[in-house]
Write a protein that binds this ligand. Sequence first.
Ligand code: BF8
Length: 634
Amino acid sequence: MSNIEQRSIDPATQEVLKKAKEENIKTAWDRLEAQEPQCGFGKLGVCCTVCDMGPCRIDPFQEGAQAGVCGANADTISARNLARKIAVGASAHSDHGRDVAHTLHLASTGHAHDYGILDPVKLKILAEEFGIDINRTNEQIAQELSKKLLEEFGRQHGELVFSKRAPKKRKAIWKKLGITPRGIDREVVELLHTTTIGVDNDYKNIINNGMRCALSDGWGGSMIATDVQDIILGSPQPVRGKVNLGVLKEDCVNIVVHGHEPVLSEMAVKASRDPELIKLAKAKGAEGINLAGICCTANEVLMRHGIPVAGNFLQQELAIITGAVEVMMVDVQCIMPALQEVAACFHTQLVTTNPKARFPGVVHVEFEPEKAYEVAKEIIRFGIENFPNRKKERVNIPAQEMDLVAGFTKETVFQILGGKYRATYKPLNEAIISGRLRGLAGVVGCNNPKQTHDYFHVTLVKELIKNDILVLQTGCSAIACAKQGLLIPEAAKTYAGRGLQEICEAVGIPPVLHLGSCVDNSRILTAASHIIEEGGLGDDLSDIPAAGCAPEWMSEKAITIGFYFVASGVYTVFGASPFATLGSKNLTDYLTRGLADIVGGRFEFCDDPFKMAKLMIEHIDKKRQALNLKPVSY
Ligand code: BF8
């Protein structure tokens, strides 16, 4: 993919890629080229490095070794490799959840004064779910709740409290299969244990245990992260914002937040508005301080404050290559090691903030919830001091920026649909039942330089809304579609089918709803449970005319999300390669067919966005038929 137009459909990305080429700065696309051809055994999932008798690999042409030294065959090896990815993805989301629960604890015990209880209603709802007496002060409730939430990680027996949010029938399926998630840490540890040398050799059993671990993320770690962030940072409300590299400002100190945990970036928002720091920025010759985000941290501060989004995963290097970023402060996850080298080509200071994610030789200002605001101020001050080092002649900020509306949650979407005083899922269910809405789709996940950047997200989502499917988005996928103008109410008129258009116009929502970051995929699970509770669309999540897709996925976290969607009964399409499992026909068959018989959901792998849309629409229509719903009326 040396042709820039093949690398990305986004003009801003193309413009900065041209600059990178002229200045001989390497990006992910160049490094992918240097890697090619990538390892064939790795691609097929049949390379095993579990023990030191290896590395072993299975010959895909069946002319050479068909078993590793220990005797593990392609089914065992590829299932184990996949299960380990599920465990890693779950650990990333869940560790994030743990940190947020810990911050709630510190805030409620008076040790983290910069945070408070910003959504007391949600605090009480959660407290009741955990059987906590709510006739006390918010701090007392939060203290006990945080203790109980932290115990969910170390729980040894029973069921995760949030897993009870699933419909009765779904819980019965999990119980029968023995995959109801118990403790969050326990599921990760147990899955890793079963994949070491000489433990679980049954690929189906490995995958079933993988589903339990993924469920402990979706209905556990991620759900805790989402709900507790709403409590301490405030629940999002629909908010207007701007997206793409054009949000960087030539006359301002540009501070970019990148990563996933919003506890620090939330303080950066506050610090960027601090009069003392603005005064300092002006003294250094800038007009002010401009905060922007990359990846999921961006989604978090966008949802709660309308902070502009500079770009998605593949644009992190490009933000620096504009030459206009004073500081990129990073926390955890999806932060390319290459940033250090790219930043060294400019005046940009990379600042790490989390003890779990450091770069050799890079400035580290450690985040501590106890002095969060001070830390944020220190980093922003550092950026301001760096402003005079910017080389004006090397600055090239693309003009592209687009409006978007974000901040939809399982609560706000339906307040809007049902009216402020009768927040209910009824209008949504009725729209599906009547056929004005064909169904729902969750389109989520990453970018991957193996695929033309943003093309799969945007093409797929346009097809879905054209066919009257309301699309719910998170993560880098939401950013991709936002850049193309799909996340504004006006997009309904241009792109949506007549039924969806009517609904969007009646209630003033875009045809594509931004639900937040990747941990916020848990909002989709709870919203789906409410849909079932409302009635008329079956009695299990797998009955809803809905489908999921991660068209440009690359991260282990996306795999985990895929597994908790499938284990929750959702038909889920993944773009590009089938998780590197093609070396095992049995495993691929199990993922794409066998799982449907036991959990109602299954995977599909597809590398064409039009075909992805067709598969999802066909599935939605099948579900409509099974519910005896009227055919789509437009
Ligand atoms: O957690 S979508 S590239 S940023 S992994 Fe990463 Fe993928 Fe983006 Fe958010 Ni999610």
